[in-house]
Write a protein that binds this ligand. Structure first.
Ligand code: PLP
Length: 353
């Protein structure tokens, strides 16, 4: 609030009021760097996770030439940029982890790979990537390429201090960890190795021009600190609740398949596929009952299309059409799990009738 009301000076100004807002941004940068595990001058504040992803990939290709490479299950903020720039997309296994042999083969086949982008945690099914293993393949088969990770979904579950050292570039989005919408972070380790996407006034040490969103940046750092303090205890609590939720759904409803095994995904992800129902109809009933969920299927030309993530994992189309993506977070209580089961089971029965 102070930065939206009394202390509203433009941080690029040279007067005392501007210096105060600039100092607030610098403090936020220090806080973010300490939690992410990098130096403050490696933290670039952007306008969203999508901008961070776009900057990493386009910026690497513009600076270095060559093509980008990513996995098949990336968020569109990565996938669409890689496809737009004529890059290569690598297959994943049945849990949604990038196939390291195929990655090696793609890197061997290409003369000039500018950047490899592999997400830390998948946004739909929650699968965690072993970035150390990806890094080994990239260094062996494309030593000149940068490694980027979209860690937008990782913050609530993984200690970024263990993730950042494995990569050159890392993207975050504030609203995924309780910060405001419309603030992103791009970590660019070492000296600049990519071109900026947005050029102009030279803010963020020329890496991202445009007047900074001071209040949003300060709030992002606070949200990140709170998340970091609670992360490990919350992961244990929510992992137990998630397992109870899935077990109870499976005991009350026939044909509930857990999409990814619990030991390969983050604690808050309870993605299931329910046979014999279409998620679109189920989501409508759940919404009516006050349960917020999603399916990540898109309606193209009137026909329901299953998500690109499930298709890449080889989930049968008829099963994928019954996808239900339930996500647990810091507001989720044991009573919410009871309520969710009470709402989902009759809704599925009604649709199967
Ligand atoms: N990457 C992943 C994995 C996401 O889940 C999202 C948002 O859902 C984004 C990128 C895009 O972030 P933003 O909405 O801040 O642009």
């Amino acid at each position: 609030m102070p930065y939206l009301t009394g202390n509203y000076a433009n941080p690029s100004g040279s007067h005392r009021f501007a210096r105060r807002t600039r100092q607030a941004i610098d403090e936020a940068r220090d806080q973010v760097a300490a939690i992410v595990g990098c130096r403050p001058n490696e933290v670039v504040f952007t306008g969203c996770g999508t901008e961070s992803d776009n900057t990493a990939i386009s910026g690497a290709v513009t600076r270095r030439g060559g093509i980008p490479v990513c996995s098949e299950v990336e968020h569109p903020a990565v996938l669409e940029v890689v496809e737009h720039l004529g890059g290569r997309v690598v297959a994943v296994d049945e849990a949604g982890s990038i196939d390291l042999e195929q990655l090696a083969a793609v890197l061997d086949a290409e003369d000039n790979v500018a950047i490899v982008s592999v997400m830390a945690v998948n946004n739909e099914v929650g699968t965690v990537t072993d970035l150390a293993e990806v890094g080994k393949v990239v260094r062996r088969h494309a030593p000149g390429a940068l490694l980027h990770t979209d860690a937008v979904q990782a913050v609530c579950w993984l200690d970024l201090r263990n993730v950042t050292p494995e990569v050159d570039l890392l993207s975050l989005s504030a609203h995924k960890f309780g910060g405001p919408k419309g603030v992103g972070v791009l970590i660019e380790r070492g000296s600049p190795q990519i071109d900026p996407l947005i050029i102009g006034g030279g803010q963020e040490r020329e890496r991202r021009s445009g007047t900074q969103n001071t209040a949003g940046i300060v709030a992002t750092a606070v949200a990140l600190e709170l998340t970091d303090n609670e992360r490990d205890t919350e992961a244990v609590r929510l992992g137990e609740l998630r397992d109870q939720l899935v077990a109870r759904l499976q005991s009350e409803i026939e044909g509930v398949v857990e999409t990814v095994a619990p030991d390969r995904k983050v604690a808050g992800s309870a993605h299931v596929c329910i046979t014999g129902v279409e998620s679109e109809a189920l989501l409508y009933l759940l919404d009516e009952a006050g349960l917020c969920a999603s399916a990540a299927s898109a309606c193209a030309s009137g026909a329901m299309e299953p998500s690109h993530v499930l298709a890449a994992m080889g989930v049968d189309r008829s099963v994928a059409l019954g996808a239900l993506r339930l996500t647990l977070g810091y507001t989720t209580s044991a009573a919410d799990i009871d309520r969710a089961v009470e709402v989902i089971a009759p809704a599925v029965r009604m649709l199967r009738r």
